[in-house]
Design a protein around this ligand. Structure first.
Ligand code: FES
Length: 580
C-alpha cells in the first residue's frame, strides 16, 4: 500500500494546549515551564508521549525507565519534545485475580490519557503480556500516530547445565516434583536461575508472541521483537524509534493506516510460524475490534491452517529468545513467509514502507533455530479453532504444543466446577481418573473467573504423572500461559458462566475431540443438552460493585476478544473543550 504523507508544517493537536497567547495557553505553557523548558519547545513541534508501563511490580518491564531515556534522546534528535507518562501496568506475575481482567481497564485508562493530554504521537513502551495489547488497543481507539518499543526478552536461564525457559520450566519442574523426579530443594534453587536478567519471558510465550505480533502488524520497527533486554542494540532500537515517531507525526501516519485486514492476516500467519501463544488470539481480536476490522476466529483457522511452525523455540521447540535473535529474529521469519507466498508484502509499517522492503534482504544465521518452510518444526502450526455442540462459538488449541496421539480422542469427562474445586480434588488418590479421561474445567472464562485466567493447562493428577504420563486432554473456558504446553483446549465459547454448553458437562459424559476435523463434541442427545441448558443456573461469583462488576457486566466472549462492549471501535482523539 502506498502511503502519502501529510503536508508539513501544519498545526498539531498539542497546539490546542500550547499554541497562541490566550489565557488558557499561557496557563498550560506556564505549568510545563516549571520543569525548565525554553519557549521554543512550544513552537508547534511534535510532542511525543512516551507511555511507559514501567513498575517495580511489573518486573518484566523493570528496565523501561532507562530505556525511555534512549527514546527521549531519539525524539530530541529528530526535533520533537518528549514527555514521559506513566500508564497502567498490568503485570502478569502479580495482579490478582488475573492480569487479564485489567487489560481492558488499562486500555480504557490509557485511551483517555492519550485523548485528554497534549500529545501528538505516542511511543508505547511495553513488554509483559498484557501491557502490549492494552497499549495497542488504546492507540487503535484514539488513532494517534504510535510506535511500539518492547523491553525485550531476558537472557537464557541456565540450571543444572540446561537452558531453562521462564514459565515453561516452572510448569515442567512443578510436574517433576509431583512425579517424584525432582526434590523441592532443587525446585527452590531453580527459582532465580530461570529468570536471571531484566526482560520478558525468554520463551515464545505471550510476551514474545505479542512482540512478534506488534512487529508483524507493522506497529514496531523491523527487528524490534527479539533483541534481548540487556543487549545494547535494544537501546539503539529505542533511540531509533524515538526518532521515527517524530516523523510519523509529521507524516500523520496513524494506526488506522497500518492496522488493516492484511496486517492482521500477516500477524496471524506469523503467530503460526513462530509457534506463538494462544493468548494472541484473544488480544488480536480485541485490537481489531478497536479499529473496526471484523476479524473472527475463522480468520485464525483459515489463515493459520497451512502455516508451518518454523521457529524452534520453547514451549513448542528447543531454543530460547536469545538464539532467535542471534539467528536473525522475526525479519527472517517474515522473509521466509514472504518467499512462501504467506505474507502480504505490501502491508504498511511504522517505517512508512511496505513490510517486504524491511525484510527482503535479511539472512538467517542458524537454520535449526529458524527452520526453512520445507523443513519446519511442525507442518501445520497456527491455532486450530474447534467447534461443535460443546463450543458453538469456538474453542482454540495450539497443535504444535499438543501430543499428536491425543489430537483425535474420545474420553470420559472428569469435571471440575471451578478452579477451587480442581485444586481441592486433583491430588486426591480417590479421584476417578486415568490418562484416557478428559479433564473439564468450568467458570474460568472472562465473566466466570472473572478475567479469564491462565489455568487452562491444569496440572495432571499425581497418580497419572507417576505412571510417566505427561499429557492429557484438558478443556476449559480459561486461557493458558504462552509458556505452557500440552493438549489443551481453551477459550471455549460461550463460557460456562454465560450459560454455554460447557456449563452442563457432567462427570462420566463422553467427549469427542478431533483437531484434524476441528470438532469438539459432547456425546449426549440434542434433547438432553437442551434440557440441561434450560435447567442451568449460574454458580460463579458475581461482583456487586467496582471494576469487577463493570468487567463482569460488560465483557464480551473470548471469541470476540473479551473486550468491554462499550470500548470496541475507534473513538478518535478529538481534544474536546478546555475548562480553564
Ligand atoms: Fe511478564 Fe512473562 S510474566 S513477560
Amino acid at each position: 500500500m502506498k502511503f502519502v504523507p501529510a503536508k508539513w508544517p501544519r498545526k498539531l493537536r498539542s497546539q490546542e494546549w500550547y499554541g497562541g497567547t490566550s489565557r488558557d495557553t499561557i496557563y498550560h505553557r506556564g505549568w510545563l515551564k516549571n520543569q525548565g523548558y525554553p519557549d521554543d519547545m512550544f513552537d508547534g513541534r511534535p510532542i511525543i508521549g512516551i507511555l511507559n508501563t514501567w513498575s517495580d511490580l511489573t518486573p518484566c518491564n523493570g528496565h523501561l525507565r532507562e530505556l525511555a531515556e534512549k527514546v527521549k534522546a531519539g525524539v530530541w534528535e529528530a526535533g520533537g519534545f518528549p514527555v514521559e507518562v506513566p500508564v497502567f501496568s498490568a503485570s502478569e506475575n502479580t495482579f490478582r485475580p488475573t492480569a487479564m481482567m485489567f487489560r481492558n481497564l488499562a486500555a480504557m485508562s490509557i485511551e483517555e490519557q492519550i485523548r485528554g493530554q497534549p500529545i501528538d504521537g505516542a511511543v508505547l513502551m511495553v513488554g509483559c503480556d498484557k501491557t502490549t495489547p492494552s497499549l495497542l488497543m488504546a492507540a487503535a481507539s484514539t488513532n494517534i500516530p504510535s510506535i511500539v518499543v518492547t523491553g525485550g526478552p531476558m537472557l537464557n536461564g541456565m540450571f543444572q547445565g540446561e537452558a531453562v525457559g521462564a514459565g515453561t520450566h516452572l510448569w515442567r519442574f512443578s510436574e517433576a516434583v509431583k512425579a517424584g523426579e525432582m526434590t523441592q530443594d532443587e525446585f527452590l534453587n531453580a527459582e532465580a536461575a530461570v529468570t536471571r536478567s531484566s526482560g520478558t519471558c525468554n520463551t515464545m510465550g505471550t510476551a514474545s508472541s505479542m512482540a512478534s505480533m506488534a512487529e508483524s502488524l507493522g506497529m514496531a520497527l523491523s527487528g524490534n521483537a527479539a533483541i534481548p533486554a540487556v543487549d545494547a542494540r535494544r537501546r539503539v532500537m529505542a533511540q531509533l524509534s524515538g526518532r521515527r515517531i517524530v516523523q510519523m507525526v509529521k507524516d500523520d501516519l496513524k494506526p488506522s493506516d497500518i492496522l488493516t485486514r492484511k496486517a492482521f492476516q500477516n500477524a496471524i500467519r506469523t503467530n503460526g510460524a513462530v509457534g506463538g501463544s494462544t493468548n494472541t488470539v484473544v488480544h488480536m481480536l480485541a485490537i481489531a475490534g478497536r479499529v473496526g476490522i471484523n476479524l473472527t476466529l475463522d480468520d485464525w483457522d483459515l489463515c493459520g491452517r497451512n502455516v508451518p511452525t518454523i521457529v524452534n523455540l520453547q514451549p513448542s521447540g528447543k531454543y530460547l529468545m536469545e538464539e532467535f535473535f542471534y539467528s536473525g529474529g522475526l525479519p527472517v521469519v517474515l522473509k521466509r513467509l514472504g518467499d512462501a507466498g504467506l505474507l502480504h508484502k505490501d502491508a504498511l509499517t511504522v517505517s512508512g514502507n511496505p513490510i517486504w522492503n524491511e525484510v527482503c534482504d535479511v539472512k538467517c544465521w542458524n537454520d535449526d533455530v529458524i527452520r526453512t518452510v520445507d523443513k519446519p518444526l511442525t507442518d501445520q502450526g497456527g491455532i486450530a479453532v474447534l467447534r461443535g455442540n460443546l463450543a458453538p462459538n469456538g474453542a482454540v488449541i495450539k497443535p504444535s504444543a499438543a501430543t499428536k496421539e491425543l489430537m483425535k480422542h474420545r474420553g470420559r469427562a472428569v469435571v471440575f466446577e471451578n478452579i477451587d474445586d480442581y485444586k481441592m480434588r486433583i491430588e486426591d488418590d480417590a479421584l476417578d481418573i486415568d490418562e484416557t479421561c478428559i479433564m473439564v474445567l468450568k467458570n474460568c472464562g472472562p465473566k466466570g473467573y472473572p478475567g479469564m485466567s491462565e489455568v487452562g493447562n491444569m496440572g495432571l493428577p499425581p497418580k497419572v504423572l507417576k505412571k510417566g504420563i505427561t499429557d492429557m486432554i484438558r478443556i476449559s473456558d480459561a486461557r493458558m500461559s504462552g509458556t505452557a504446553y500440552g493438549t489443551v483446549i481453551l477459550h471455549t465459547a460461550p463460557e460456562a458462566a454465560a450459560g454455554g454448553p460447557l456449563a452442563v458437562v457432567r462427570n462420566g459424559d463422553m467427549i469427542e475431540v478431533d483437531v484434524f476435523s476441528r470438532r469438539l463434541h459432547l456425546d449426549i442427545s440434542e434433547a438432553e443438552l437442551e434440557q440441561r441448558l434450560s435447567n442451568w443456573l449460574p454458580t460463579h461469583d458475581s461482583a456487586a460493585s467496582g471494576y469487577a462488576w463493570l468487567h463482569q457486566t460488560h465483557v464480551g466472549g473470548a471469541d470476540t476478544g473479551a473486550d468491554l462492549d462499550f470500548l470496541r471501535g475507534c473513538r478518535g482523539n478529538d481534544v474536546g473543550r478546555d475548562s480553564h
